[in-house]
Write a protein that binds this ligand. Sequence first.
Ligand code: PMP
Length: 383
Amino acid sequence: MGWSQRIDEALAARRAADGWRLRRPVEHNSVREITLEGQRYRHFSSNDYLGLSQHPAVIAAWQQGAAETGAGAGASGHVTGYSRHHAQLEAELADWLGYSRALLFISGFAANQAVIHLLAEKQDRIFADKLAHASLLDAASHSPASLRRFAHNQPESLAKLLATPSDGGTLVVTEGVFSMDGDSAPLAEIAEQTRRGNGWLLVDDAHGIGVTGAQGRGSCWQQQVKPELLIVTFGKGFGVSGAALLCDDATADYVEQFSRHLIYSTAMPPAQCYALLAALRQIQQGDALREKLHSHIARFRAGAADLPWQLGASASAIQPLIVGENSAALALSQRLAQAGCWVSAIRPPTVPPGTARLRITLTAAHHTDDIDRLLEALYDAAG
Ligand code: PMP
C-alpha cells in the first residue's frame, strides 16, 4: 500500500470512530478563561495547575531574560547554547529536589526519549506501568530492550515481572500522578520492589511537581522516595515548558556525553531559564496557591458525587469523568461548551478503549464560582 492510500485509510478510520482531533487556535484570556472561534469559555482543560503561565513575576522574568540574552540559545548546549542561566537553573533544581545533578531538556517528551533510549540496551528489560505516558511507552517500545507492562499501580504485578531471571539491567517506569486518571502511584512500594529486584526506578512526575509535597517538591518527596531517575516537566505546575532529569553525577555525565537528544538539539532559550527560575520561586513560596487548588478539588469532588458518570479516584487537579463511548464523551463536552464551560473529551488511543472521558482539570486560578458553574452544567447535561 502506498503512502497516499495509507494516509487516506487512517484518516477515514479515525473519523469513523469519532476519534478526529481538532486543533483550533485558542486565545488565553487568563488561566481560567479562553476564547475559541469568538466564544468565551470558562476553561477546565489546562495543565497550568498553579496559574503561573500568567503570573506577573514569571512574565517579567521572561521579558527581562529576552532583553538581556535575546530570543534563543543559538546552538546546542554542547556547542555554545549553554549559559550561566541554564547552569543556575540546573543547580537550583538539583538542590531543591535533593539530587547531585539536574539536566535540562526542551520538553518532557524529549527527556523521556533521551533517558530511555540511552540507558536501555538489548540485554535489558523495562517494566512500565500500563498507563504510563506515551512518551515513556514509545521510548521503551522503540528501544532494543524488552518491554513488559505491569497492572496499573499494582506493585504485586510488578513483583511478578521482577521475579523472572535476567542477565541485563531492569528499568522500572512509572509516574507520580497519572496524566489521564489523576491518581498517584504507590511509589514507596514500587521503589521497594525495584530495589529488591536490583532495578533502577524512573519516575515521571510531570503532574506532581510544583503541586504536591512540601514546597511543591512533588510526588517522590511527598512519599519519601528517591528514584535513580526523576523527570520533572515545566509545562504544567511551572506554567512554562521544558523538563529536567534529576540523577547522580555519573548518570548525568553519561547523559551529557552520550545522549543524542541532548547533544543534537538546540538548548532551551536562556530567557526561558529566567522564567523558570521565577516560577520555581513562586512554587517554593506557593503554599497558598496549593491550598486554593486543593480547596477547589474538594469542592468539585463533593459536588460531583451524584453525577451519573464515574468520577475517577483522584485527589489531584486532574478529575476524570469516565463516560465510555467516544460519541458520548464528545456529546457531553459539547453540552458543557453550550453552557460556557470548556472541557476537552479524551478518547482512545490516549486512554484505553471504552473509557473515553472528560478530563476536567482544576487550577489555583479558578474561582469557586467557576467550580459551581461547571457542576451546574454537568447536572443539567445529566438531565
Ligand atoms: N510525561 C507525562 C506524564 C505527561 O503527561 C506529559 C505531557 N502530557 C509529558 C511527559 C510530556 O511533557 P512535555 O509536554 O513537556 O513534552
